[in-house]
Design a protein around this ligand. Structure first.
Ligand code: HEC
Ligand code: HEC
Length: 205
């Protein structure tokens, strides 16, 4: 009984504080290391990226570590702000966030490990870059995820001599409108060489 009486007001107060000020997160942002720009791979990453990386970048999430109750509150809050999430999707997104961005427990070991072996195992340096930069959270070769499939991108721009430069710039700067209203986030960390490798690989699909 005591546990229940103390627990709920504390969790609620923390969530309200977070929702209104964002201050519970701000001190973390001051740390030297920049938070990752993409969500970590794991069950639910595609849905969470599709629904949550629309109005702001993924760093809003990757710099946060919240309890499950606080994530549930945050998701509710984002829906009130206009996030297009159906009631059935809420538990999947909260599960993902509470698993990989939890204040109370470390993310499952396979999530950190999962990305590295795939990246290391990929023979092709372009594929390695696509994995390491989490492009594959939003893109597949032969179907749409959040973004268009790499094959349909290649088909659209085949024979267009200006395409390589245009696509490299688009990946670096991000943007929307070519395939729909959902934007691609910018990737300012990529070098011209990396961009060139990825674009020529995509154009060969
Ligand atoms: C309709 C636009 C929109 C969508 C979609 C959206 N957010 Fe937000 N989010 C905001 C706004 C507006 C803020 C407050 C201003 C800011 O920090 O940029 C915010 C802030 C945040 C913060 C900082 C804490 C806070 O409350 O200020 C987190 C964490 C966050 N969002 C997570 C998410 C997650 C997780 C999702 C997906 C469930 C999501 N957002 C989807 C609009 C959105
Ligand atoms: C958060 C999801 C997301 C991530 C991460 C992402 N993309 Fe995209 N990408 C999209 C969306 C959405 C579009 C469609 C944008 C539009 O309609 O203009 C897109 C479009 C593209 C296009 C076609 C651009 C055009 O103008 O036709 C290419 C090429 C591309 N992405 C490559 C990449 C590469 C390479 C990476 C990794 C460095 C990456 N994307 C990461 C969502 C993403």
């Amino acid at each position: 009984m005591t546990i229940h009486r103390n627990f709920f007001p504390a969790a609620f107060a923390a969530a309200v504080f977070l929702a209104h000020s964002g201050m519970a997160i701000a001190p973390l942002a001051a740390q030297e290391q920049e938070p990752p720009r993409t969500l970590v791979q794991g069950r639910g990453v595609e849905l969470t990226t599709a629904r949550c990386v629309i109005c702001h970048d993924a760093q809003h999430i990757t710099r946060a570590k919240l309890s499950r109750e606080e994530w549930a509150f945050n998701v509710k809050n984002m829906i009130e702000r206009g996030a297009p999430i159906t009631p059935e999707e809420i538990p999947q997104i909260v599960d993902y966030l509470a698993t990989y961005y939890s204040r109370d427990s470390a993310p499952p070991a396979e999530s950190a490990a999962a990305e590295a072996p795939v990246a290391a195992a990929a023979e092709d340096p372009a594929q390695r870059l696509l994995t390491a930069n989490a492009c594959i959270a939003c893109h597949a070769v032969d179907r749409r995820l959040v973004g268009p499939g790499f094959r349909e991108i290649a088909q659209r721009y085949r024979g267009d001599s200006a395409a390589s430069e245009l696509l490299a710039r688009k990946i670096r700067d991000g943007g929307a409108g070519a395939w729909g209203q959902v934007p691609m986030p910018p990737h300012p960390q990529l070098t011209a060489a990396d961009l060139g490798l990825m674009v020529s690989w995509i154009m060969k699909q």
